[in-house]
Design a protein around this ligand. Structure first.
Ligand SMILES: C[S@@+](CC[C@H](N)C(=O)[O-])C[C@H]1O[C@@H](n2cnc3c(N)ncnc32)[C@H](O)[C@@H]1O
Length: 260
């Protein structure tokens, strides 16, 4: 895998170094949802997609399939999910069977940088908590737009800072957040209509996720004592990110429509 892809993969899961990649499935084994809110995304689709029959949805960097499976289960639509981590895709496949939606969910291992060049004609593309894997916000939105039909939708879960200076307060340093105004101007510039903005729930229980990860990090430290610093660093990054989402940045899901 190319170095840049690996670095972005690590960062998409809040890891500061690529040395953590082999351990991420172990560290995250107790979590199914890895970032975006499946209930909120399903609600947005239910409210704004008129005809659900024959609808095809693309879930880029789908993680363990928590979003795709909820959508397929509640709306009966076809979902195509891609992720780079084989263990996540295997888990997504098992969960699809458990929820009896395996005929609607198509999961595959793939680099979304390639997927965006090969997939097109979708009714909606979901980009949930993936960060800068496809480039900066403008590059990301342009690539997402290529995968959907005219009048199709983008659902993007990201975050903004209250104002530009606030970037200095952010603890997690691998990402430069835009302000809300910068995002909105970008949507206009690209011909994307803002259908709905859903601000993330303030009372999400980060503590229980963080405790689960810390417990797995302790277990790994017993097996690999020489890597203790690496695992401790991951636990700290997770804490920093959840502190940011509580205090310094605003988590948001936007539903956009391609109108140009
Ligand atoms: C924070 S998780 C979000 C997962 C999912 N969208 C969700 O909200 O539950 C970020 C995901 O991006 C995936 N990822 C990072 N770089 C990727 C790439 N180049 N191609 C495919 N998936 C990638 C990671 O494996 C991880 O599952």
């Amino acid at each position: 895998m190319k170095q840049e892809i690996e670095e972005k993969l690590a960062r998409s899961l809040t890891a500061e170094t690529t040395g953590l990649i082999p351990f991420l499935p172990y560290l995250l084994q107790d979590l199914w949802e890895l970032g975006s809110n499946p209930g909120e995304i399903t609600r947005l689709l239910k409210e704004h997609l008129s005809a659900l029959q024959h609808t095809k949805i693309l879930d880029l960097a789908c993680g363990k399939g928590a979003v795709s499976i909820k959508i397929a289960n509640e709306l009966g639509v076809s979902v195509y999910g891609f992720d780079l981590i084989t263990e996540f895709i295997d888990y997504a496949g098992q969960k699809a069977k458990e929820y009896a939606v395996e005929s609607l969910c198509h999961f595959a291992v793939g680099d979304i940088n390639e997927v965006v060049n090969n997939e097109s004609g979708y009714d909606c593309v979901i980009f949930g908590a993936v960060g800068n894997v496809l480039g900066n916000p403008q590059e990301t939105l342009e690539k997402l737009m290529k995968t959907i039909k005219y009048n199709g939708f983008i659902i993007i879960d990201d975050a903004y800072v209250p104002d530009e200076l606030a970037n200095n307060e952010v603890k997690y340093k691998n990402y430069e957040y835009l302000t809300r105004e910068q995002w909105i101007n970008l949507f206009k510039k690209l011909g994307l209509g803002l259908v709905e903005e859903a601000i993330a729930d303030d009372d999400y229980d980060f503590d229980s996720d963080n405790r689960a990860i810390a417990m797995r990090a302790d277990e790994l430290t017993v097996s690999y004592p020489e890597k203790q610093e690496l695992f401790d660093g991951y636990v700290q990054s997770q804490l920093n990110e959840s502190d940011d989402l509580t205090d310094n940045i605003v988590g948001v899901t936007w539903m956009l429509q391609k109108i140009q």
